[in-house]
Design a protein around this ligand. Sequence first.
Ligand code: GDP
Ligand code: ZN
Length: 395
Amino acid sequence: MSERKKKFRTEFRKNRTGKKRDNDLTRRFSDSATARDAHHEHDALARDERISGKGEISRKRTIIGQTQDDASDLAAMPGVGNNTTLRGRVLCVYGLTSDVEGPDGAIISCATRRLLKTLATEQRHVVAAGDWVRYRPSGDSVSGNAPREGIIEQVEPRRGILARNSRGRQHIMVANVDQLLVLGSAAEPYLKPNLIDRFLVSAEQVGLRPIIGINKIDLTDPAELQPLVGVYARMGYPVILLSATEQRGVAQVRQLMANRSTVIVGQSGVGKSSLLNALEPDWQLRTSAVSTDNQKGRHTTTTAKLMKLSFGGYVVDTPGIRQFQLWDIIAEEVAQRFRDLRPFANQCHFPNCTHTHESGCAIKDGVADGYLDARRYESYCAMREDDDEADEEWE
Ligand code: GDP
Ligand code: ZN
């Protein structure tokens, strides 16, 4: 460890005493790193405020998502030319090395360029699963074999990030995600529409395209689900009724997932692994009978891994993300994330209407007049209230 550090310092000094241009660049980078630090501090502050505003319970809600554009600073890294590097996608990060899928589909084990690591002072993991990177192949080139190793030189700007905030720091779990497949089950465990709503709100917050899947329809009469499906479909959410074990609706899921990067979320036992096995029979992921054990204490890894789908696209298998609460939103923003309530919210008498107790509330009137679904409104109220009971459902 210490030897590595020392080696780096030497390189750094070489840069400084070397060409003038490098020197300038170095200074510019440290400046922008300082600016970034300040920016991060500001963000951390804002987040802390949110957390303290919501009390102890909200501390558990750690996943946030946003588009990150400050990585574009890295585009100007000294000595990085695109002619000798290849573009690849990080499938998984294992400590200091990452598995990167190259343009030909081969998987290269890559280290990260030291300067790149140093620039990202505030991020413990400069490279995240899902990142698009430029890497320099190395290693086996002498023998004429295709290289199996490389060095990541540059990380492209990210969008669609799922991250976890811990103590004011952002830990990116996966980057460049397109959509969130919210999976519930018709039975065993019974359907929890309020939980689906929470995931939808999170997807809206993060800017991911939501897809709703209701699995295990073989256990119920699908007709019973129609009213609920109708409510979601009217809002423009794709809803798929499926049975992973009976291969029903799986083709539709495949169609929606093709050529995109999808994160699958849903409580334990709804059939996420079974669905993946139905999509890709070769994977043979372990499924688990719905257990009655208390799963709260169980710690699953939070290391995200992108799995390439045979029909194009990736699915992110992230046990950590499944269990974490996708939630970092202040109460005032909740109504804006409900697609159905949002247009009504602007019509309320009080501009700061919470839509709970106020008179002249367009949302409450909308429910009373039958324009809005009463269950969705109750789900909104529960989310605002943010009660312990709702939190229990997550785990
Ligand atoms: P996960 O925890 O969300 O990954 O859920 P699993 O895929 O491990 O599935 C939990 C249990 O539900 C297993 O016993 C599966 O066999 C069962 N299961 C999954 N999909 C279906 C389905 O479509 N119908 C029925 N009847 N059972 C299913
Ligand atoms: Zn209102």
